[in-house]
Design a binder for this molecule. Structure first.
Ligand SMILES: NC(=O)c1ccc[n+]([C@@H]2O[C@H](COP(=O)([O-])OP(=O)(O)OC[C@H]3O[C@@H](n4cnc5c(N)ncnc54)[C@H](OP(=O)(O)O)[C@@H]3O)[C@@H](O)[C@H]2O)c1
Length: 305
């Protein structure tokens, strides 16, 4: 999403709720509720925040055959925008992403996404959601978090790192050594949990040694005040599934096909015996082109234990 401010008519983009799990009745933490939210989506609540990490939610839009980009366009939002049969549903998807952005304290953006989307940032671009966010006491911009392995092709020139927006680039200590030569920022060791804070500019956060220590990053972010995390990086979401660290997935199915050979929401593969799974929490529809699914992640299929 490239920072377009959009106002929407709730009647045009409103979703019909087809199913809600009884579990949602216990999800009473409401981070941000704009005046239009009830009409567009209904209640959007979350469970209590864990003590040692933020509550973690992923959000993606997929084609019917599982693609998150087209072969000839690497902008993921086109999966919703290109659904010509239901342009209003494409706007519903944009609104949904913004509702989750408005309710989160930090957003994980992937380095590959930044490589192909030069204007990408995690701003809340729907005015009434932004107003509700600010009224709830949150800063205008969620903290942007970019995990990295420390490769030489890190997108250091991306405008996100030169805009003054609070950004945390997180990597193992070796990765941070390399990245600090390319990106200007304050180097911080994530072991120092008492001093956890990132309110301005770029923080180069050293978490672990060779590889990014994800649980340590999450502990540090929680100490820095992040109760709710939104993951927009497919690569990072895969890492979370591998470590059983994702709480929820909001997945929009756009009724079009991308064909094979394009990325999906996960990279790599899982095995028959050892695969993450999920449970449906709710189903909404925007007729005729979009289905909005909310899942609770991390259930293990009992048949294979
Ligand atoms: N349809 C949608 O909903 C949607 C949403 C978002 C993005 N997209 C599209 O998806 C494509 C990018 O997806 P992607 O999966 O290739 O990449 P990505 O998630 O944007 O970025 C992956 C990169 O992030 C870093 N990273 C992620 N997890 C890490 C970890 N645990 N430790 C260290 N570094 C980690 C690595 O960077 P290094 O390079 O430093 O190793 C990795 O290569 C883009 O075309 C984008 O437009 C679609």
């Amino acid at each position: 999403m490239d920072g377009i401010n959009k106002r929407f008519d709730p009647r045009r983009i409103g979703l019909k709720r087809l199913y809600a799990s009884p579990k949602l009745e216990e999800y009473s933490r409401r981070e941000t509720a704009s005046p239009d939210m009830q009409q567009i989506y209904g209640p959007l609540g979350f469970p209590a925040v864990p003590d040692d990490r933020p509550y973690i939610v992923g959000c993606f839009v997929s084609s019917l055959d599982g693609g998150i980009v087209f072969r000839n366009s690497h902008d993921g939002s086109q999966i919703a925008k290109a659904n010509a049969a239901d342009p209003a549903g494409g706007d519903s998807d944009f609104w949904m992403l913004n509702a989750l952005r408005a309710s989160c304290d930090c957003i994980v953006l992937g380095a590959n996404t930044l490589r192909v989307q030069p204007k990408m940032n995690g701003a809340v671009s729907v005015p009434d959601l932004l107003d509700a966010r600010i009224a709830s006491g949150k800063p205008e911009m969620p903290l942007q978090v970019v995990p990295a392995s420390g490769k030489d092709d890190f997108p250091a020139d991306h405008q996100l790192f030169h805009s003054g927006t609070p950004v945390v680039i997180a990597s193992g200590s070796r990765g941070i050594d390399r990245l600090s030569r390319r990106v200007q920022g304050t180097c911080v060791d994530a072991q120092n949990l008492q001093g956890a804070s990132a309110t301005q500019g770029v923080t180069l956060l050293s978490c672990g040694e060779k590889q990014l220590d994800i649980p340590l990053l999450h502990r540090w972010l929680r100490c820095a005040g992040a109760d709710q995390m939104l993951v927009e990086s497919p690569g990072y979401f895969t890492s979370l599934l591998q470590q059983d660290l994702a709480d929820e997935l909001f997945l929009t199915w756009s009724s079009l096909f991308t064909g094979s050979g394009v990325p999906g929401i996960t990279s790599g593969t899982f095995s028959l015996r050892d695969h993450p799974s999920a449970e449906v929490l709710s189903v909404h529809i925007h007729e005729p082109g979009f289905v909005f699914l909310r899942y609770r992640c991390g259930l293990i299929s009992p048949a294979y234990i």
